[in-house]
Design a protein around this ligand. Structure first.
Ligand SMILES: [Zn+2]
Ligand SMILES: [Zn+2]
Ligand SMILES: [Zn+2]
Length: 346
């Protein structure tokens, strides 16, 4: 008899409409739960050499103000630039290029160099959520901006060069690949079923519970059925809403709360500052109504078995498609077991 918990199979991701190969039999070795703790790297509250700390010099002649809350500035080396004229190049239908106006910003979560989301107070974190809303609205109001991508890279493993807690916002005229793929899937689902794909998915997961990490009144965190990264999670709003700006005050507190709990569980899993890339997907700002969009956050952490063993997307994954050993159900169980009280506070 085929055993979904043991035998190799593939699972469909209805958002990206791609398949992931799951090979649970390869995790026969029992979970050791071993924690390879690298020497704790203590960071000072203020680092005179950090270009994000208050009062410090940045690239060129820029200097940070002595900020006390969140601090937003235009990236000194932006990947996108504003006043770009609209140009398109096309040759033989194969060589295609177009101009892409946009804005890149950095958001410091706190003046304190050594804080993380998990270590912030609910009030501090609420200010970060409010800053995200402000940025989504003000950047999105620009007629040249069709999409606002908010994302955070945490840890050297994910290419974050600076431990100061911050995220980035890249706003562009076009809808980038990942949200474009999801938008097509959300639209197709809506056309076919008359419902929202992610509302239906959240309902299913909350009934099944196997992949739910935790939930509060407004949000639920799951390891998606189709997760690729070992401890990948999806944070879904329970109410159908398209963008972060539609969250009311209580819901913004609840978003701050569930992100704090999730990052705490992540840190506790291997008792290290857990690296990840996270980002929100939400309604484009192209001035269309987009009732198909459902606000959510993805977390893609690279760690597999310990603080030092990471998953690589190479070989088969580069050439063919993603593969995982650990089942999403097992990953969710481990994240539930990881306490939501931070290991450094115990
Ligand atoms: Zn700093
Ligand atoms: Zn929905
Ligand atoms: Zn998404």
């Amino acid at each position: 008899m085929f055993d979904w918990n043991q035998d190799p199979h593939r699972r469909f991701n209805p958002l990206s409409r791609e398949w992931v190969l799951v090979s649970p039999h390869r995790t026969q070795r029992p979970w050791q739960g071993q924690v390879e703790k690298p020497a704790p790297e203590t960071q000072p509250a203020y680092d005179p050499n950090c270009y994000l700390c208050p009062g410090n010099a940045r690239a060129g002649s820029a200097r940070n103000p002595p900020y006390t809350g969140t601090f937003v500035f235009d990236n000194d080396f932006p990947a996108l630039k504003g006043d770009t004229t609209h140009e398109r190049f096309e040759q033989s239908g194969l060589l295609i290029a177009e101009t892409e106006p946009g804005v890149c910003r950095v958001v410091c979560f706190s003046p304190q160099h050594n804080l993380t989301i998990a270590g912030m107070t609910p009030g501090d974190l609420r200010r970060v959520v409010d800053t995200w809303v402000d940025q989504y609205q003000s950047l999105g109001a620009d007629p040249n901006i069709g999409y606002v991508q908010i994302f955070e890279n945490r840890g050297a493993m994910m290419g974050a060069s600076n431990p100061h807690p911050h995220c980035q916002i890249w706003a562009s005229r076009s809808l980038p690949n990942e949200p474009a793929r999801e938008q097509a899937s959300l639209l197709a689902w809506r056309d076919q079923h008359g419902t929202c794909l992610l509302c239906e998915y959240a309902k299913l997961e909350r009934i099944g519970e196997k992949r739910v990490v935790e939930e509060n009144e407004h949000f639920v965190t799951v390891v998606p059925f189709w997760a690729v990264w070992p401890f990948e999670t999806l944070v879904l709003s329970k109410r159908h809403l398209g963008a972060i700006e539609e969250l009311n005050s209580a819901e913004r507190d609840l978003l701050a709360g569930i992100l704090r709990q999730l990052t705490t569980r992540y840190d506790n899993l291997f008792e290290v500052p857990f690296p990840y890339s996270m980002g929100f997907h939400q309604r484009p700002t192209d001035k269309q109504p987009h009732p198909e969009w459902h606000f959510h956050a993805h977390y893609y952490p690279p760690l597999l078995r310990s603080a030092t063993v990471q998953k690589f997307m190479v070989g088969y994954e580069m050439m063919a498609g993603p593969q995982r050993d650990l089942t999403p159900e097992t990953a969710a169980a481990r994240l539930r077991q990881a306490s939501d009280i931070h290991y450094l506070d115990r």
